[in-house]
Write a protein that binds this ligand. Structure first.
Ligand SMILES: [Mn+2]
Length: 443
């Protein structure tokens, strides 16, 4: 069991800031994530719910964070697994309610078995549930009044969701959150450098994955999303994850891999030649993506609308695709009136997303969002990750012979500050000269 990553006062001030925005007749219910079966009696490694981590740092399963306004103040109660020698012999020590109250930022701790009655009583007294649904079926059923006979009737319209408030709070990181995110970005940066150094032609994609993830574990971290290691044509598959092929001499490898520290994610992509030297066509595409990425980072200015970095990166890509003769039109036609021109044939995803306790962090600005996304504010951490993909098998768009099979993405983690963008992943080199000097150095 590790200590909490933040001072108790930081959690308390998050709770305070959250609860002061809640109606005082609310019953806040935030269950922890369920355990997931991998096969038979084996489970996936447990990951606590990000809202739970954010509000109180509790990492054990079978737990529920609640808050209720009583006698003129908010009272937080954490329901946790009771101590149980037999279970602890098999699964490890539990903190238990007594342990929880001595060291976690909560007012009261009870065993999880008491949660049903506590929640029912509060609802009977007129409190309206504000709950993160879908995490704990039993509690969902209680709240939705399907699991008990003579309980109170709750109108569906009376059930609220606390995430609308928490999501906005989570978009802006505190000094100590930034410190942890910087650490996560530094670990991931060194992992990429290590993998570059050990790269050789005919290497297996899984071997690069092993170097990267081995470094994560070695640094007391773990992946924050399944690592993508795509050699050659596999780099053109945006969420490639089988990592099961060998990478042919002359091909590039695209590595999109990040780790998490105390739940906070890093998310870095680099693309390098397994031979250690870029070919001319690879260089042309690489430098274009790099220029677009740098333009995207430079657009990460406090006060700018969310779309600024996408506009900046897109303008560079559209112009470059015309200059390289890949698109036969003007740069503005390539870009399109609503950033929907033919440059999107080769750049199909968003330019970035918020980063935090979730790798695609909450609070808007995610790919596919119809809303405009948040205005960039100091303390936000975003990714900037333009790419170009020329899958040779595509017949829906024209794939020039010279670039067929090339997929390149470059991604950094960027902190927005009053003084301009700060690249948290700056420890990870990205110029062609730097990469060529590193790849294969310690193969
Ligand atoms: Mn990303």
């Amino acid at each position: 069991m590790q200590g909490l990553p933040f001072e108790l006062s930081e959690y308390r001030s998050r709770q305070e800031q959250f609860l002061m925005q809640m109606p005082q007749d609310s019953l806040v219910i935030i269950p922890n994530n369920p355990k997931s079966v991998r096969s038979n009696d084996t489970h996936y490694r447990y990951r606590a719910n990000s809202y739970m981590l954010y509000l109180c740092g509790w990492e054990e399963p079978d737990s529920i964070f609640t808050a209720l306004f009583l006698d003129g103040q908010w009272k937080t109660t954490l329901f946790v697994r009771p101590r149980d020698t037999n279970s602890e012999i098999w699964e490890g020590k539990r903190i238990g309610p007594e342990g929880a109250i001595n060291g976690w930022p909560i007012d009261q701790s009870l065993t999880i078995e008491d949660a049903d009655t506590y929640i029912l009583n509060a609802i009977s007294s007129g409190f309206k549930p504000s709950i993160v649904q879908g995490l704990n079926n039993r509690i969902d059923n209680i709240v939705l009044n399907q699991d008990h006979e003579n309980g109170p009737v709750i109108e569906l319209s009376d059930i609220q969701d606390p995430r609308s408030i928490l999501d906005i709070m989570r978009t802006t990181k505190s000094e100590s959150e930034i410190e942890i995110m910087q650490h996560a970005a530094s670990i991931a940066s060194s992992a990429h450098v290590l993998a570059m150094e050990k790269t050789f032609p005919s290497m297996g994609e899984w071997q690069i994955q092993a170097i990267i993830e081995g470094h994560f574990i070695d640094s007391e971290s773990q992946w924050s999303y399944p690592s993508i290691v795509g050699g050659g044509e596999n780099a053109t598959i945006l969420h490639y994850s089988s990592n099961s092929e060998t990478i042919v001499d002359g091909d590039l490898v695209l590595v999109d891999a990040g780790c998490e520290v105390h739940g906070y994610a890093s998310d870095i992509t680099r693309t390098w030649p397994v031979s250690g030297t870029f070919t001319e066509p690879q260089k042309e595409i690489y430098n274009l993506v790099l220029e677009a990425e740098i333009a995207g980072i430079e657009a990460c200015i406090a006060g700018s609308p969310w779309k600024s970095m996408h506009e900046a990166s897109s303008a560079v890509l559209a112009r470059g695709l015309v200059e390289l003769g890949i698109l036969d039109c003007s740069a503005s036609e390539a870009l399109g009136k609503n950033l929907d021109g033919p440059y999107r044939n080769y750049f199909m995803h968003g330019t970035g997303h918020l980063l935090g306790l979730d790798v695609h962090d909450v609070g808007g600005g995610r790919k596919g969002d119809k809303k405009p996304g948040p205005v960039l504010k100091p303390g936000m951490v975003v990714t900037v990750e333009p790419g170009l993909y020329f899958a040779s098998w595509r017949d829906d768009v024209e794939i020039p012979e010279r670039y067929a099979g090339i997929g390149i993405r470059i991604e950094d983690d960027v902190l927005i500050t009053e003084e301009g963008p700060v690249v948290l992943s700056s420890g990870c080199p990205k110029s062609i000269a730097e990469i060529e000097s590193i790849v294969g150095k310690s193969r």
